[in-house]
Design a protein around this ligand. Structure first.
Ligand code: KIV
Length: 297
């Protein structure tokens, strides 16, 4: 089966659509066509998201908590991100491929940030995303100067979980709301081609979207952004347990898949699997040789 997967995964054998580019995303936003962005972390999820027709695939550092069992995104390293980005890039998605810069990959100086972000582009990404506002301006400017397209990320920035005192909606008081608006403008000024707004009140996201000339992408930021992003595993209901308010599940993926595995293991136990359809036949000539064989004495 794994060999068949190799053939099924071959990016060249799949129906193609035109590659989504940054100018195309800007055009979509200018024309009021909402942008759909989701995460992917490996070849299967990349193919799923891409064939579903999303505009942007983010190899998010959420891979840490969604796939790798960490409590949050802080332990995620560049090595982990590169490993997952390469798997997604091998599927040659038509969606714009974006790499999420993990904690400490852009905090220690612009040279290291350029090397890390540039490494994403060398592995097939067309853009990178990083978290934070005014403090990030020097690094955003340096990346843009190095021809690396950057999406900013404001509001509930998961890499600041300890500074925020938990995963809490941000920008709920006047001062914080104005800071997010000004940070968004500053990031745009520094060259970000888009700003992701996470966990902020819908009215704040609306104001930011009206004020900016670059597109906003929302997650838990209401309906007024230029586009929306959700973690693919949340869309598919693959994460058991209650989901945050801003998630809409389009499938009970976990329940569906668990019951498939339950049925398969039951079939193994009862002998119903594998049947003739899942078995290879022995040619008659080989059967005759087997029948004629006698153990050596
Ligand atoms: O890492 C991630 O998945 C994100 C979300 C905002 C989609 O940054």
């Amino acid at each position: 089966m794994s060999h068949q997967n190799e053939a099924q995964n071959a990016a060249s054998e799949r129906p193609r659509r035109p590659r989504v580019t940054i100018p195309e995303l800007l055009k979509m936003a200018a024309e009021g066509r909402p942008i759909a962005m989701t995460t992917a972390y490996d070849a299967v999820t990349a193919r799923l998201a891409d064939e579903a027709g999303v505009d942007v695939i983010l190899v998010g550092d959420s891979v840490g908590n969604v796939c790798l069992g960490f409590e949050n995104t802080l332990p995620v390293t560049m090595a982990m991100m590169n490993h997952h980005l390469e798997a997604v890039a091998r599927m040659k998605p038509s969606a714009l491929l974006m790499g999420d810069l993990p904690f400490l990959s852009y905090h220690l100086g612009v040279d290291e940030a350029i090397r890390n972000a540039g490494g994403f582009l060398q592995r097939g990404a067309a853009a990178v995303k990083l978290e934070g506002g005014a403090r990030r301006l020097p690094v955003v400017k340096a990346l843009v100067e190095a021809e690396i397209p950057v999406m900013g990320h404001l509001g509930l920035t998961p890499q600041s979980v300890h500074a925020m005192g938990g995963f809490k909606v941000q920008g709920r008081d006047g001062e914080a709301a104005v800071r997010i608006l000004e940070d968004a403008l500053a990031l745009q000024e520094a060259g970000c081609f888009s700003i992701l707004l996470e966990g902020v009140p819908a009215d704040l996201a609306k104001r930011v979207t009206e004020v900016l000339s670059v597109p906003t992408i929302g997650i838990g930021a209401g309906p007024h952004c230029s586009g929306q992003v959700l973690v693919l595993h949340d869309i598919l209901g693959l994460v058991p347990g209650p989901s945050p308010k801003f998630v809409r599940q389009y499938a009970n993926g976990f329940g569906l898949l668990r019951s498939a595995v339950e049925r398969w293991s039951e079939d193994v136990r009862t002998g119903a699997f594998p049947g003739p359809a899942e078995s290879y036949n022995l040619p008659e000539s080989a059967q005759a040789a087997l029948d004629a064989w006698k153990p050596r004495t």
